[in-house]
Design a binder for this molecule. Structure first.
Ligand SMILES: [Zn+2]
Ligand SMILES: [Zn+2]
Ligand SMILES: [Zn+2]
Length: 306
């Protein structure tokens, strides 16, 4: 960050304090190190790229539903929240309990001396005990093994643990549509690059809103003054569900010509279900690279138009 910005930020604080804050990001999805927000994930889900498979629940702030929570320890006596953790010693005779280092004063190295009554402690379990770790309040010096545990969200709302809400979120798996998109993605990028070199306006994996308001993710789209062309790749063209989607989208995008690239010849029954002037099949019978096939076809259509 620029020094100027820091200085402006410092000046804006005035008499206020720069407080440390623990920030965590709350709910996130991660794919091989790529972090995705729930909003992004939801968008992919709405576009049928992801399918919900399971449910998870997480505690969330009772005020703002944030899942970015952290624990706050509080002194049960004065509600102070500056606590330090120590290995404790208790002197049985006078009941004094304090951090072990406070019993170690004077020059005696092996023995402890009670800072309250001044007596030497020699036998653990007989005249002194080691109860383990405890928390000492910096404000009132109260020592406890059980500080009050509260939870603070990233918006600064502090609450008791049992006042938290639960949010239900879903786990997802990748849909078959996303898988087939992913498998041809590089071919589409290659085709787009070549077509761009011809001065054409091409986009890969772009979003287009249909007349119904639904947003469609288009594998490859050519935006031309006269005509928009959408290109899909369906390796198995005899799966009717795929066609329903293509046909529904074609109705929703009235000014678009759909070209569907397939690897297999298509069933005659399926061919009768759609308007071939709006949806064209491009069967890769010669086993060309998909990018090559797409470029050829697009250039052919453009040339015929002129
Ligand atoms: Zn909150
Ligand atoms: Zn206290
Ligand atoms: Zn003592």
């Amino acid at each position: 960050m620029d020094v100027n910005i820091i200085l402006l930020a410092l000046r804006s604080i005035g008499e206020g304090e720069i407080k440390p804050r623990i920030k965590n990001l709350g709910l996130l999805y991660e794919i091989n190190g790529v972090e995705l927000t729930p909003e992004k994930i939801n968008e992919y889900r709405e576009n049928d790229l992801l399918i919900p498979t399971s449910r998870y629940s997480y505690p969330a702030c009772g005020v703002c539903n944030s899942t970015a929570l952290h624990i706050v320890f509080e002194c049960p006596t004065c509600k102070g929240n500056v606590l330090t953790k120590h290995d404790m010693i208790v002197h049985y005779e006078c009941n004094h309990i304090a951090p072990a280092e406070e019993f170690k004063f004077k020059h005696v190295s092996t023995l402890y001396t009670c800072p309250r009554c001044g007596k030497q402690l020699s036998k653990v379990g007989i005249d002194y005990g080691r109860p383990g770790f405890g928390f000492m309040c910096e404000k009132c010096k109260f020592i406890t093994q059980y500080p009050v545990i509260k939870v603070e969200c990233d918006n600064g709302h502090v609450s008791n643990i049992y006042d938290l809400n639960m949010v239900i979120v879903e786990g997802y798996k990748v849909s078959s549509a996303a898988n087939s998109l992913a498998s041809v993605y590089e071919e589409l990028v290659t085709a787009a690059k070549i077509l761009k070199n011809y001065g054409l306006n091409v986009d890969v994996l772009c979003k287009v809103t249909g007349t119904s308001g639904v947003v469609h993710i288009i594998p490859l789209m050519l935006k031309d003054v006269d005509m928009n062309i959408v290109i899909d790749y369906i390796p198995n063209p005899n799966d009717t569900i795929q066609w329903f989607k293509i046909i529904a989208r074609s109705i929703d995008l009235p000014n678009v010509l759909s070209i569907v690239v397939t690897d297999k010849p298509i069933d005659a029954n399926i061919l009768t279900t759609f308007n071939t002037s709006r949806i064209r099949i491009l069967y890769n019978k010669d086993g060309l690279r998909i990018s090559e096939l797409i470029v050829k076809e697009v250039l052919r259509i453009i040339e015929n138009q002129v």
